[in-house]
Design a protein around this ligand. Structure first.
Ligand SMILES: CC(=O)N[C@H]1[C@@H](OP(=O)(O)OP(=O)(O)OC[C@H]2O[C@@H](n3ccc(=O)[nH]c3=O)[C@H](O)[C@@H]2O)O[C@H](CO)[C@@H](O)[C@@H]1O
Ligand SMILES: C=C(OP(=O)(O)O)C(=O)O
Length: 439
């Protein structure tokens, strides 16, 4: 079984480079389906399992895709297939993002129902409401969702019940080739939405208002492949910022954009972490003592749910009690049980977790329950006494490029191994004393 083994106690120093954002590149690749002419070149693409999965979905749809040296070339000019089977959608929910572009281009899309996952039930009703408002007929049966329309989708006024990231993206893509104007209200304002809108506009689309609460799309008859660079990954950046802070380190997170990370910066500064905006990125210096803070996850520009578990690791080291309230997903506290194995003192009360710090974290065998939880367990391992072994790495591979290599280059004692035998002896665990190593 593959594991990440991390021995706590090293202060992280140096610089680490942020990749292109997973959550931006997936909708951008899906949007490349919209171009019936020319090829698209997508740059700064991270080498992630999810990127390979969406590329496979496109190839299944009869689209030419090559991926080399961080660059994807897409040729979607041929006749497209219209179905994305369960084997792809099961691996990655974002496969559902091909529905909007397929429906807009071909008038038909049949995608396997995404279903629930570890962090919550994740319905897609808001995506479907948007397609229906544009005139599509939506049918659900035999594990598939089929959306169809005779002729072109029609521009419409759509109000989202919740600013869903995926629904905003799917509806923008569908509206890009619709007849007339679509106005979507109460949309997601994430930087990844802006990235998608910029790409569609460079293909000849007319999307305005991305990054605000209302987006207006004038549908065009045709889009043409274009070149586009993906925005840096604010969640990966945030993960390394927490790594620096938790180890009392001094790390330059190259490529991190302060504007995209305001909610994290604000909370980390409240905790006593020093963060400076330098030419190349954000420098993070961890203090000797961290103050407790309360956090509530919210749609952007609120605190991102994708950084909630990493901050929980940091709050375990804070001097006092903190409360994290998760409002975006109903079941995103799976990592709490794993932190408890590491001596974490956390109580769950409904949608809130009360974190009582500071605790002396102890190395243990733990399992990643989702990709961010996996990263958070590694972060906790960086300051735990002894060896932490993190399993279920398939989750981490969905969101982090060369995670162990990057942390190791910053000075972490970390490796990825294929280990069969059960391990972690008490002797081994006591080898590393956090205090002596950080002294
Ligand atoms: C590939 C990608 O970009 N993934 C991100 C995206 O996921 P995703 O796009 O799936 O997240 P959404 O913003 O859609 O979901 C947020 C909440 O809205 C609910 N909802 C969503 C759609 C819908 O039709 N009905 C509905 O009720 C979901 O169940 C969830 O509780 O945004 C999330 C919230 O920032 C992030 O955690 C994910 O990392
Ligand atoms: C939940 C996440 O991704 P996805 O929506 O792809 O599951 C994430 O990136 O933390």
């Amino acid at each position: 079984m593959e594991k990440i083994i991390v021995r706590g106690g090293r202060r992280l120093e140096g610089s680490v480079k942020v990749e292109g954002a997973k959550n931006a590149v997936l909708p951008v690749i899906a949007a490349s389906i919209l171009a019936s002419k020319g090829t698209s070149t997508i740059k700064d693409v991270p080498t992630l399992a999810d990127v390979y999965t969406i590329n496979e979905v496109l190839r299944y749809l009869n689209i030419g895709v090559t991926f080399e040296n961080g660059q994807i070339e897409v040729d979607a000019s041929g006749a497209l297939k219209t179905e994305a089977p369960f084997e792809y959608v099961r691996k990655m929910r974002a496969s559902f993002l091909v529905m909007g572009p397929l429906l807009a281009r071909v008038g038909l899309a049949r995608i396997a129902l995404p279903g629930g996952c570890a962090i919550g039930s994740r319905p897609i009703d808001q995506h479907l409401k948007g397609f229906e408002a544009m005139g599509a007929q939506v049918k659900i049966g035999n594990g598939f969702i089929e959306a169809s329309i005779d002729g072109r989708l029609q521009g419409a006024k759509i109000y989202l019940d919740f600013p869903s990231v995926g629904a905003t993206e799917n509806i923008i893509m569908a509206a890009a080739l619709a007849e007339g104007t679509t106005i979507i209200e109460n949309v997601a304002k994430e930087p990844e939405i802006v990235c998608l809108a910029n790409y569609i506009n460079s293909m000849g689309g007319k999307v305005v208002g991305a990054g605000t609460g209302t987006i207006r799309i004038e549908g065009v008859e045709e889009l043409v492949g274009a070149e586009h660079a993906v925005v840096p990954d604010r969640i990966e950046a945030g993960t390394y910022m927490v790594a620096a802070a938790i180890t009392e380190g001094n790390v330059l997170v190259e490529g991190a954009i302060a504007e995209h990370l305001r909610p994290l910066i604000a909370k980390m500064e409240e905790m006593g972490v020093s963060i400076t905006d330098e030419d190349k990125g954000l420098r993070v210096i961890g203090p000797k003592e961290l103050k407790p803070v309360d956090i509530k996850t919210m749609p952007h520009p609120g605190f991102p749910t994708d950084l909630q578990s990493q901050m929980m690791a940091l709050l375990l080291r804070a001097n006092g009690s903190s409360v994290i309230t998760e409002t975006v997903f109903e079941n995103r506290f799976m990592h709490v049980e794993e932190f408890r194995r590491m001596n974490g003192d956390i109580k769950i009360e409904g949608r809130s977790a009360v974190i009582n710090g500071p605790v002396s974290l102890q190395g243990a065998e733990v399992a990643a329950t989702d990709l961010r939880a996996g990263a958070a367990l590694v972060l906790a391992g960086l300051v735990a006494d002894g060896y932490t072994r993190v399993t279920e790495l398939k989750h981490i591979d969905r969101g982090y490029v060369r995670f162990t290599e990057k942390l190791s280059a910053l000075g972490a004692d970390i490796e990825r191994v294929n280990e069969e035998a059960p391990s972690v002896s008490t002797e081994e665990t006591s080898q590393a004393s956090l205090k002596s190593n950080l002294a």
